[in-house]
Each structure stands twice: as structure tokens, then as C-alpha cells.
Design a protein around this ligand. Structure first.
Ligand code: UT7
Length: 371
């Protein structure tokens, strides 16, 4: 019998603090007019000091689990796609696993820059289809405000913080993720990157002095690349699935620049109202932009059960990808659950495990010393 990977839950979390274009104009030599006309962005959200990529991810995850009616201990796999993970390692996904009480889940991060959510969704869907797992949590989460240079007007006006999450569940009923394409061109690695802080250029006083710990982007080549692959990606995934463009109800693209979306729409000969656009409110939230846009579309009734939707994105790597799905919504046997209660319990459990680890290491070190 065939197995299908359905998107049964969705959620988002954005920081409360809104930074407008006018706020930015007080920090760098820019203007609301320039940012709006060149990008379509009006404002973005900025994380508070006590928020991080993992806390935003966990908040979005809890919302998605609630929509799906899935208890955290029933999650088999957590994938966090992020361009601003909490650490190089451990994976942000492990921190989320601990925070939400997903006690049985495997957890890893996926690095494909802004295309990460599409890659992660495809990987989770494959794991479900093969029968390896039943339930996955796929998250895109960012605190890009921590890695952009607030004195560089070429980049700081573009990005924002936030997280979005999907729950994927196995079902024998046809629907859910239908097909996907994933591509990369590493010859373009240098046009969009975080130069330092990895093993090639470890953080040092010198890398900090030269600002190499901030996002570096050459806007024009990225723009040219993006306008090409957005339309190509949609066409390629539809050709691969043998699915006609006319039957697609909605396109949910990576939210980087409205001009990129307008070129893609023109190339695909589609009206702009086929595209979900919310970058005016959040800027470019990298891996989080697609699940945030999908969550808003689903919650407002613009994306309905049975609709055919194409997710399409591009980003550093360079990478690009597209995924065709039939939107289903929660499975019929959805129970009422309260993931917040698991979260509270997870906090106590985590503190207990940390304490136990401390005690055990004290005991074993005194044993080793013959005590
Ligand atoms: O998730 C993937 C991430 N990246 C992207 O998708 C970015 C793709 N690229 C873009 O969206 C656009 O290239 C940008 C929005 C980044 C830039 O727009 P552009 O129309 O390509 O502008 P430009 O880089 O060609 O710069 C035009 C002018 C320059 O001044 P001069 O040399 O003509 O005097 C820039 O210095 O605009 C200037 N400029 C600004 N002016 C005011 C650049 N940034 C700003 C700014 N405010 N924030």
C-alpha cells in the first residue's frame, strides 16, 4: 500500500518588536522610499534578548503540533532548517526537541540557506513515504538580526527574525507532498555567505575587526540568479510531477524581494494574486519565510484543504528548490492536545536530566580517583 506525507499542522512565531523602514533610516543612510520601491519591505521583526532561533522554533512547533493534534512524544523526527542556528553544533533541532518534550524524536539541522525549508520538507516527506517514520516536525527558524551588520545598508534593510513550522504525518489517503526538485551551484558560494566563524576562517580578533562574522551579499548577482530560478523551479517541479500549471491554486515563494516575485510571475505568465506575498511585514526571514507565509495563508482561509500549492525558494549555496503539495490539513482523528503542558513538563525533565548528569559525573570522577 502507498504511503503519503500529509501536511497536517502549521504554525509561526515572530518577535513582538517591529522595526520600520523609518527606524532603519535613523541608523544607516537609507530611506523608506528606497527600501519600499527596491524590495517591497515596509517593516521586519527583531528578536528580544531572551529570544533565540531555538525559542522561536519551539514556539512555532508547538502551534503546529496543536493544529495537527500531535503530542510531542509522538514526533519521530525534527528537522530545523536555519541560516542562523544557535551554534555550529549541537543542532538547534536538539534544543527544540528538549524544549518541547519530543522525547522519542531524532533531531538534526539542515543547512541550505533560504532554500532550507524546501529541502527539509522534501527529506521529511521521503522518510515518511519509505515507512521509516510516521510523524515529522519541519521548522524554518531565524534570528538573522544577530548576524547582519547594522551599519551595512546593502544587507541590514532586507532581513528579519521569525520561525515557521509544519507537521508531516503518514497516511494511506492520497495527498500531501507530491514531488520536489532540489538544486545547488557551489560556484556561487561567495556571493551570499557568512565568511567567518566556521573552520575555514575561525573567529578571531582579526575576523571581527573586518566584520567577517556578518552576512556578506552581492545583491545584483543574487537578484539575477533568483529571477531565473524562481520561474524555472516552478516549471521543473510541475514537469517532473506531470502536473499542469493551470491546476496550481497558490504559489508560496521565498520572500526576499517583491521585484523578484514580479519577474517570476511574468515569466510564468501568472497574475501576482497567485503568489502569497507578506515580505512587506517581515522582510526576508530566510528559511522561515515559506512556512510563515503558508501559515498566514492557511489561517486566513486563502490556502484551503484540497488546494494544490507550489513552494519555491532560492538562497545561499547557491541553492534552489521547489515542492508541489496538495494541502490537506489535520487528519480526521485529530485529538485535542495541549503541547504547552508538555513544554512545561519538558522543562522539568530537562532540568532533572542535567542534574543527574552532573551528579553522575561527580560520582564517576570520585570513583576513578579511588574515592
Ligand atoms: O534570500 C536571498 C537573499 N538575497 C536576495 O534575494 C537579494 C537579491 N538582491 C536584491 O534584492 C537587490 O539586489 C537589492 C535589494 C539587494 C539591491 O537592489 P538593487 O536594485 O540591485 O540596488 P543596487 O545594489 O544596484 O544599488 C543601487 C544603488 C547603489 O548606489 P549607487 O552605486 O547607484 O550610487 C547602492 O549603493 O542603491 C544604493 N543602495 C541603497 N540606497 C539606499 C544600496 N542599498 C541601499 C539602501 N538605501 N538600503
Amino acid at each position: 500500500m502507498s504511503r503519503y506525507a500529509h501536511i497536517t499542522g502549521w504554525g509561526m512565531a515572530v518577535p513582538e518588536h517591529v522595526m520600520t523602514n523609518d527606524d532603519l533610516a535613523k541608523m544607516v543612510d537609507t530611506s523608506d522610499e528606497w527600501i519600499r520601491t527596491r524590495t517591497g519591505i515596509r517593516e521586519r521583526r527583531i528578536a528580544a534578548p531572551d529570544e533565540s532561533t531555538a525559542t522561536l522554533a519551539a514556539d512555532a512547533a508547538v502551534e503546529a503540533l496543536k493544529v495537527a493534534g500531535v503530542r510531542p512524544p509522538d514526533v519521530d523526527l525534527i528537522i530545523v532548517a536555519s541560516s542562523s542556528p544557535e551554534h555550529i553544533f549541537p543542532a538547534t533541532a536538539c534544543l527544540v526537541q528538549d524544549m518541547i518534550g519530543a522525547t522519542k524524536a531524532g533531531a538534526f539541522d539542515l543547512s541550505a540557506a533560504c532554500t532550507g525549508f524546501i529541502y527539509a520538507l522534501n527529506m521529511a516527506a521521503q522518510a515518511i513515504r519509505t515507512g521509516n517514520i510516521n510523524t515529522a516536525l519541519v521548522i524554518g527558524a531565524e534570528t538573522l538580526s544577530r548576524i547582519v551588520n547594522w551599519q551595512d545598508r546593502n544587507t541590514c534593510v532586507l532581513f528579519g527574525d521569525g520561525a515557521g513550522a509544519f507537521v508531516l504525518q503518514a497516511s494511506d489517503e492520497p495527498g500531501g507532498v507530491i514531488d520536489a526538485i532540489m538544486h545547488a551551484d557551489g560556484s556561487g558560494a561567495d556571493v551570499l555567505m557568512l565568511p567567518a566563524g566556521g573552520s575555514k576562517l575561525p573567529t578571531s580578533a582579526d575576523t571581527v575587526a573586518h566584520g567577517l562574522h556578518y552576512v556578506h551579499m552581492e545583491g545584483r548577482p543574487v537578484f539575477r540568479f533568483a529571477t531565473r530560478v524562481m520561474a524555472e523551479g516552478v516549471t521543473e517541479v510541475l514537469d517532473k510531477a506531470g502536473f499542469p500549471l493551470e491546476k496550481v491554486n497558490l504559489i508560496i515563494p521565498h520572500q526576499a524581494n517583491v521585484r523578484i516575485l514580479e519577474v517570476a510571475a511574468k515569466r510564468l505568465k501568472l497574475p501576482m494574486d497567485k503568489f502569497v506575498v507578506n515580505l512587506d511585514k517581515y522582510g526576508n526571514t530566510s528559511t522561515a519565510s515559506i512556512p510563515i507565509a503558508a501559515t498566514e495563508a492557511a489561517n486566513s482561509g486563502r490556502l484551503r484543504p484540497g488546494d494544490y500549492v507550489v513552494f519555491v525558494g532560492f538562497g545561499g549555496g547557491l541553492t534552489w528548490g521547489a515542492l508541489l503539495a496538495q494541502w490537506t490539513g489535520p487528519l480526521p482523528e485529530r485529538p485535542e492536545i495541549s503541547p504547552e503542558r508538555y513544554r512545561l513538563w519538558a522543562k522539568v525533565r530537562s532540568a532533572g536530566l542535567r542534574l543527574k548528569r552532573k551528579v553522575m559525573s561527580k560520582v564517576s570522577s570520585s570513583e576513578n580517583m579511588g574515592g
